[in-house]
Design a protein around this ligand. Structure first.
Ligand code: ADP
Ligand code: MG
Length: 248
């Protein structure tokens, strides 16, 4: 479904951050990406999303066979890609729920569907907010405006629940969450997940993977995936760190 081949990308001064990433994500799979700080995990998500700070030097990224890298950012999202960033952006003055409604309806328009009626959207939104145990306070505030770190992460998963993407790339969604919030958010992700969808989780900790069982665990270091294995790898990393892995 999501196919990343030999992806190399650099920043403005020419420094290469991604040095040939290969990743094949099939429907129904959960991929965990781990690795030391500064390895390129967030950069990978931003390059897939189309962040203008990065130049793709080589390689390809396709979603259901469509070339994502040649698409506008909004069309990548409309085609079923969702990125939850490590540091969600605050957009004061833009109402959280209206933002969600417009985002969903623009995706529906792209798919040739009618916009969801206000009442239907309200129902959908209430259902998803209940699933994530979010109270009404979040409804009328600006997008992430003044939200705590954990509230922003929960709001990102609300966006995911409403937009119902095919492939979600969640960058350190567990950071900043207290123990109860972690459980609620993980439960929400599991509810959204289905055999037709896939999730890529960037995390430093096994605790998220106790709730969301990965199909594969990858280690990204120095811009490359240096090891891929099953869920047991996350446990080994938690015990032994990254230094035992040989890079080639
Ligand atoms: P990770 O998410 O794995 O911790 P990042 O992808 O955020 O790592 O960063 C990888 C490396 O690339 C880091 O050394 C970071 O400082 C650098 N980097 C990423 N984006 C930029 C940018 N826009 N400008 C300068 N350096 C960047
Ligand atoms: Mg990061």
């Amino acid at each position: 479904m999501l196919s990343i081949k030999n992806l190399k990308a650099s920043i403005e001064d020419g420094t290469q951050i991604l040095k040939g990433i290969n990743l094949e994500v099939k429907p129904g799979e959960v991929h965990a990406i781990m690795g030391p700080n500064g390895s390129g995990k967030s950069t990978l998500s931003k390059v897939i999303a189309g962040h203008p700070a990065y130049t793709v030097n080589e390689g390809s990224v396709t979603l259901d066979g469509k070339d994502l890298l040649s698409m506008e950012i909004c069309d990548r999202a409309n085609s079923g890609l969702f990125i939850s960033t490590q540091y969600p952006t605050e957009i004061p003055g833009v109402n959280n729920v209206e933002f969600l409604q417009m985002a969903l309806n623009s995706k529906r328009a792209y798919q040739g569907l009618e916009p969801l009626a206000d009442a239907d959207f309200k129902k959908l939104c209430e259902e998803k907010m209940a699933m994530l145990e979010m109270d009404d306070r979040y409804r009328d505030r600006g997008v992430n405006d003044g939200f705590s770190g954990g509230e922003k992460k929960r709001n990102e998963i609300l966006q995911m629940a409403i937009l119902d993407p095919k492939v979600s790339f969640l960058d350190e969604t567990d950071s900043g969450l207290d123990i109860d919030a972690l459980r609620i958010v993980a439960h929400g992700i599991n509810q959204i997940m289905s055999p037709e969808k896939a999730v890529i989780l960037v995390t430093h900790y096994q605790r998220l993977l106790d709730y969301i069982k990965p199909t594969y665990v990858h280690v990204l270091r120095h811009g490359k995936i240096i090891l891929s294995s099953g869920p047991e790898l996350a446990l080994k990393l938690e015990e032994q760190g990254y230094d035992w892995i040989e890079e080639n």
